[in-house]
Design a binder for this molecule. Structure first.
Ligand SMILES: *[C@@H]1O[C@H](CO)[C@@H](O)[C@H](O)[C@H]1NC(C)=O
Ligand SMILES: *[C@@H]1O[C@H](CO)[C@@H](O)[C@H](O)[C@H]1NC(C)=O
Ligand SMILES: *[C@@H]1O[C@H](CO)[C@@H](O)[C@H](O)[C@H]1NC(C)=O
Ligand SMILES: *[C@@H]1O[C@H](CO)[C@@H](O)[C@H](O)[C@H]1NC(C)=O
Length: 432
């Protein structure tokens, strides 16, 4: 599927031929040097800043990338690489890896099918600071998890990433659909097998990670009743079969719920006005939800638990029915937009719980390996990657309505969320 291959700078040899100069070699050399210096001098002192930027930034980037390729010794570089910091660099076609209609993604995230006309959002590649990030390779992923059951557990961002992985894998490998719920929940509980590597990939809907009653089960119900002491029922029932768990949650906890411990209400966040429970905010329930989930996965078989950090939305104060919400067509540049503190706080909760879980497991040697998949910054820089009004097919078919629903939270498939899986492969390959 035409994976984008970064240029291999190490293989470029300087040409040894005399470049057709009619003067003797040394004279020719000094002439060229002189001319180049003059041109450079002109550019530095007399060219407008924009031109300087245009000329030097690809050069700087080239040097940066070359340096990263050279400095990362295979294996060693991978171990110490931190993929969370970096920039999006222009790479035409990098994200065109599959046809989402063919891998059964949720219709609302199939932006190409829904008629999104601009496709520049598919032309970017995440370049971590100081190390390369190889393009997704299905064989590498499947080898890294040979014989294992990989389960994504969490909210619709966990599902977004799980569907991306299915698309990336089914584009190159034979698969079998093992299971899929019917009706309203058809995208919420499913499982695929990849027989050539004996790998199973599943998704379990659990927007609070823990047991959620009410709205999580039936969208027409208004309230969420969330039991912080019990892991989500469906995934917990299968927990003993899971070797690699990827957890992602946060958005539903920010929205709020009525929270329980041992079947007794302990407080609420954003409860409807007719409830008068103690207000407990979102941070503490978020800690507890992660803790309960990770604890459930910390007993039994040895396994890897990957905690994905928060992937922020880009409504940026606009209402959900604004047709102009998230219509930006390029990633943010470094420094253009600060991460909102609330998003930072939610990301940090995940780091804290990972730290705590590692300490509980007895450091690095325990049976459960805890990893953080930090996607917050790379996701925050992609306001252009959401379906926006193309969450529905051909939204402008009948003119331009004043109000139109926009999705500025999930990512289009294909799209920036594929990068989450590019990083996941590297995380799973580490220390094996
Ligand atoms: C090159 O890397 C440095 C840090 O490693 C970073 O500060 C700088 O912005 C990078 N430059 C470009 C053009 O990517
Ligand atoms: C990566 O770097 C960020 C920012 O420098 C730091 O906060 C974080 O702890 C690091 N993450 C990992 C997984 O090492
Ligand atoms: C994806 O596949 C569907 C059905 O096979 C086809 O109709 C559609 O044109 C394809 N879309 C793209 C963007 O290639
Ligand atoms: C629930 O109650 C038990 C004591 O019965 C306590 O140990 C635990 O910390 C409480 N958990 C939460 C999430 O409040």
């Amino acid at each position: 599927m035409g994976a984008y291959k970064p240029l291999d700078h190490r293989n470029q040899k300087p040409s040894s031929k005399n470049p057709g100069c009619f003067l003797s070699k040394p004279v020719c050399f000094w002439l060229v040097c002189g001319f180049l210096s003059l041109a450079l001098l002109h550019l530095l002192c007399c060219a407008p800043a924009a031109t300087q930027q245009a000329v030097f930034s690809p050069l700087r980037q080239y040097i940066n990338n070359t340096y990263s390729f050279v400095s990362s010794v295979p294996g060693e570089g991978i171990k110490s690489c931190n993929y969370s910091e970096g920039t999006w660099v222009w790479a035409p076609g990098h994200a065109r890896r599959y046809n989402a209609t063919e891998c059964n993604v949720k219709e609302r995230q199939d932006c190409l099918r829904n008629g999104r006309p601009d496709t520049g959002y598919l032309d970017w590649r995440w370049q971590p600071t100081g190390c390369p990030l190889p393009a997704f390779d299905a064989r590498t992923f499947l080898s890294a998890v040979r014989g294992k059951h990989v389960a994504f557990i969490g909210d619709s961002m966990a599902r977004n990433q799980a569907q991306s992985l299915i698309c990336l894998l089914t584009a190159s490998f034979r698969y079998r659909l093992l299971y899929r719920d019917v009706g309203q929940q058809k995208h919420n509980f499913w499982s695929y097998a990849f027989p050539s590597y004996n790998v199973k990939v599943s998704y379990y809907w659990a927007p609070f990670l823990v047991r959620g009653k009410g709205k999580p089960e039936d969208d027409s119900i208004k309230e969420n009743h969330v039991h912080l002491d019990a892991p989500g029922d469906r995934w917990a029932a299968d927990a003993d079969t899971i070797d690699v768990a990827v957890l992602a949650a946060g958005h539903w906890l920010l929205n709020g719920a009525i929270y329980y411990n041992n079947s007794e209400v302990i407080g609420a966040h954003n409860a409807p006005p007719d409830f008068t429970y103690t207000k407990i905010g979102y941070a503490w329930p978020l800690h507890m939800a992660y803790r309960t989930a990770v604890e459930r996965l910390s007993s039994g078989r040895p396994r890897t638990v990957v905690l994905a950090t928060f992937s922020p939305s880009h409504f940026e104060g606009r209402p959900i029915d604004s047709p102009t919400a998230c219509t930006k067509m390029e990633p943010y540049k470094e420094g253009e937009k600060d991460l909102e503190w609330i998003f930072k706080e939610v990301r940090d909760v995940v780091y804290d719980e990972a730290e705590l879980a590692r300490a509980r497991a007895g450091g690095d040697g325990g049976a459960v390996r805890i990893e953080v998949l930090d996607v917050t910054k790379l996701a925050a820089m992609r306001p252009d990657g959401h379906p926006s009004v193309y969450m529905n097919p051909n939204p402008f078919e009948h003119g331009v309505p004043e109000k139109m629903l926009s999705d500025c939270l999930h990512f289009c498939l294909p799209g920036p969320v594929d990068t989450f899986n590019e990083i996941l492969v590297q995380v799973l390959k580490r220390r094996r």
